[in-house]
Design a protein around this ligand. Structure first.
Ligand SMILES: [Zn+2]
Ligand SMILES: [Zn+2]
Length: 278
């Protein structure tokens, strides 16, 4: 049973609930570790339609205080004490490495999750519109660009975990699978995974995709096969933005990971990786 959920959000970005409520939900669901990984505010010019930058920036210190308070006094749930880890999900944004570096060093994090949500200045997961009339060729151009950003993110050495590895499939899953069949695509992803592994990072397996238009776990089976071959460490994540989604779909994530031969997963505590059996 997976009892670690390392990717969760709160009301301080676009989530619904307080850290305390998310923690109570983790206890109820038998988690032994909950990682808080609120978004890190993005620089101006990288904007979503419903941008939460100002509120998040204004209350970042509240997030930090509430999570570190919870971390200092863990409670006991169904499966014993539930540890709190203090993390953050931080975007990899083209040309903004210095900004990311400053954000990464702003607090004493247990771990950082690196994410690609933007191609250039476009938040590609913001809505289905720009994907609706996109040809296979345009989609493939976007997939390749996404994984170039992903590789740069892994090479930066800033992060411990790579989030939702194939988020780019969110609104075009069929086209993505066509692209994924190509040897050149697989070579590109294999290179990304190698960089990730060699940098001491882990790859996240996320149930968030099951709740999105793609209706698939992140990442897709061919990427799972490559990650297993390359012995990339894995983490598990719900990417919950509300109490109801903490540990969402974890039995399914567990059987998914096992079906590719994974028998252990990891978490990070003050940047130190610990491996545990699945
Ligand atoms: Zn994300
Ligand atoms: Zn997230």
């Amino acid at each position: 049973m997976i009892t670690l959920d390392l990717h969760t959000h709160t009301k301080y970005s676009h989530g619904a609930d307080t850290p305390k409520a998310m923690y109570a939900s983790a206890l109820e669901r038998g988690m032994t570790v909950i990682g808080f990984s609120e978004h890190s505010p993005r620089p101006l010019g990288f904007d979503y339609t419903h941008e939460y930058r100002d509120a998040l920036s204004a209350h970042l210190s509240d997030y930090v205080r509430e999570v570190t308070d919870l971390r200092a006094s863990p409670q006991t749930g169904e499966n014993g004490p539930c540890r709190v880890l203090f993390g953050m999900e931080m975007d990899w944004l083209e040309g903004e490495e210095e900004y990311a570096r400053r954000s990464a060093n702003a607090f004493d994090f247990d771990y950082l999750i690196g994410s690609v949500h933007f191609l250039g200045h476009w938040g590609f997961d913001d809505g289905t519109g720009p994907w609706e009339d996109a040809s296979q060729e345009i989609c493939e151009h976007r997939y390749a660009q996404y994984f170039r950003h992903w590789e740069d993110m892994a090479r930066s050495g800033l992060y411990n975990i790579a989030a939702h590895p194939d988020l780019i499939k969110i609104f075009s899953v069929d086209s993505f699978h066509i692209w994924l069949q190509k040897e050149t695509s697989r070579q590109q992803i294999r290179r990304c995974l190698t960089v990730l592994r060699d940098g001491g990072m882990a790859m996240e397996i996320s149930s968030a995709g099951l709740r999105k238009a793609c209706r698939e776990i992140y990442p897709a089976p061919p990427i799972m096969v490559m990650a297993r071959e390359l012995q990339v460490p894995i983490t598990f994540a719900s990417d919950a933005h509300a109490v109801k989604d903490v540990a969402f779909g974890f039995p399914r994530l567990e059987s998914y990971a096992r079906s590719f031969g994974f028998d252990r997963h990891v978490f990070f505590d003050h940047g130190r990786k610990t491996e545990i059996p699945l």
